[in-house]
Design a protein around this ligand. Structure first.
Ligand SMILES: *Cc1c(COP(=O)(O)O)cnc(C)c1O
Length: 461
């Protein structure tokens, strides 16, 4: 090992911390397509979006020009509670794999919510509070986003109503109680409390819900309750903007030690951590300054980038949201109930989708048993018990490191370790008992989902 060994963990000093978010759209030649009003098929105006989202967040959603958006002091103060997050050199994993590759991971699980979602939760709650709102509504699947938002709302004194996908509500009672501990109200979705929930229950009695259903309910609750707006934990441009803090800190930490990654890997559900992690590096690539390989990793059971279509689709099952142009499996696609690894969303961030479409990002899909095997391999040497979602990135980082072992290349790999998996022990139990299977949708399953995509001229699948 060289004399000036890179520290096991790289932390930034307070003075080195990013003071602005980076908006990668400013450097994209092909901007992500605008959200459309599903009634008129015209781009959503700020006024229309303002009925659902906070005003400042609408501005951020529509801003494709400003590369840097200053982070308000109150948010910087909150970030200080758990940031900077460490950039860790995975020496133990490298040793275990006997690879010449250098592996780094940016660990976002060091806060009570256990994931990167808090980075955007505090920003969205802050703008809601600033606008004088009473509260916000949202959906949560596995529970990390709901937990993060509950924490942010508690800190700012905002009311928080969470619609939690019913199967998670039942399988993850402790997540639910963490949210209630932070003062949020948690309703299993679909529920009888909204019109769209009642309709979904009528059409699919006994359904255990999906993120798409919960989004429909949360949007309805926000738009029908004065003083409330809806907030979303992934997919949207504003969320990627807030998550750019992950990439900016990573880049600052790497620059400090003269480290340049060759490959950057992130798991992709709605695309927010991946988009945030790669943003500043992608900016360099888009400006022609440097080249990187970016890899999005998704579950084989919910493969929106690798098997979906790049078209306009609803963001929810109840078809109450605007249309977003993205890689999608269709808004009524629901992954198999046997899928335990998270990342269950049918669509993908329009920014990530556009970059993938334009060839700047590669995508790959992995099966869940290989993901849990990678998670355990990682946990045993690096100590951290990873979230199943994050473990998709671990799996591909290990694969890349093993390729380097074959070729002898000393590549530098950076991946996003988005969170911890303490609330996913049922899934780990299934894996440890050998009861976990791999479910890959058939072409017919995929086709059935794609048929639900709205058809209009220029939007054929
Ligand atoms: C929500 C979540 C993800 C996936 O969401 P993205 O928007 O794709 O980043 C990944 N990892 C963890 C731990 C999460 O909570």
């Amino acid at each position: 090992m060289s004399e000036n060994k890179i520290p096991y963990k790289i932390y930034l000093e307070e003075s080195e911390m990013p003071k602005a978010w980076y908006n990668v759209r400013a450097d994209m030649k092909n901007k992500p397509a605008p959200l459309l009003n599903p009634g008129t098929l015209q781009p959503m105006t700020a006024q229309e979006l303002g009925a659902v989202f906070c005003d400042e967040l609408v501005q951020q959603e529509l801003d494709t020009e400003n590369a840097y958006i200053p982070i308000p002091q109150e948010i910087l103060d909150f970030y200080k509670m758990y940031r900077p997050s460490p950039l860790v050199r995975a020496y133990c994993l490298e040793e275990k794999l006997q690879t010449p590759a250098k592996i780094y991971y940016k660990f976002e699980g060091n806060n009570t919510s256990g994931s990167h979602k808090l980075n955007s939760a505090i920003a969205q709650a802050y703008y809601a509070k600033n606008q004088g709102l009473k509260g916000v509504t949202t959906e949560t699947g596995a529970g990390q986003w709901g937990t993060a938002l509950s924490m942010a709302c508690a800190y700012l004194g905002l009311d928080c109503k969470v619609y939690m996908v019913k199967c998670s509500y039942e399988q993850k009672p402790f997540r639910r109680e963490v949210m209630r501990t932070y003062g949020a109200s948690v309703t299993p979705s679909p529920s009888m409390t909204t019109e769209v929930g009642r309709k979904i229950l009528e059409q699919h009695p006994g359904t255990t819900g999906s993120l798409g259903c919960a989004i429909s309910e949360a949007v309805e609750a926000a738009t029908s309750t004065p003083g409330y707006r809806y907030v979303l934990g992934s997919v949207l441009n504003q969320v990627l903007l807030h998550q750019s803090i992950i990439g900016m800190e990573s880049k600052a930490a790497m620059d400090k030690y003269g480290i340049v990654p060759d490959v950057i890997i992130g798991c992709a559900g709605g695309g927010s951590n991946l988009g945030g992690l790669i943003s500043p590096f992608m900016g360099e690539m888009l400006r022609g300054e440097r080249n990187y390989r970016f890899i999005a990793v998704e579950p084989a059971s919910c493969p929106s980038l690798t098997r979906g279509k790049f078209v306009y689709d609803f963001c929810d099952t109840g078809m109450v949201t605007p249309l977003a142009k993205m890689y999608t499996l269709g808004s009524n696609f629901i992954p198999s109930a046997s899928h335990a690894g998270g990342l269950r969303y049918h669509g993908m961030s329009p920014v990530v989708s556009q970059l993938y479409h334009d060839g700047y990002i590669e995508a790959t899909s992995v099966e869940q048993t290989s993901v849990f095997a990678a998670a355990e391999q990682f946990a045993r040497v690096e100590g951290i018990l990873p979230a199943p979602e994050s473990s998709h990135a671990i799996k591909v980082a290990i694969d890349e490191a093993l390729k380097c072992k074959e070729t002898g290349e000393e590549k530098t790999i950076l991946f996003g370790l988005t969170g911890t998996g303490y609330f996913d022990m049922y899934a780990y139990e299934k894996f440890n008992n050998g009861d976990m299977g791999d479910y890959i949708p058939t072409d017919e399953d995929i086709m059935a989902g794609l048929k639900g995509i709205p058809q209009f001229p220029g939007n054929e699948i």
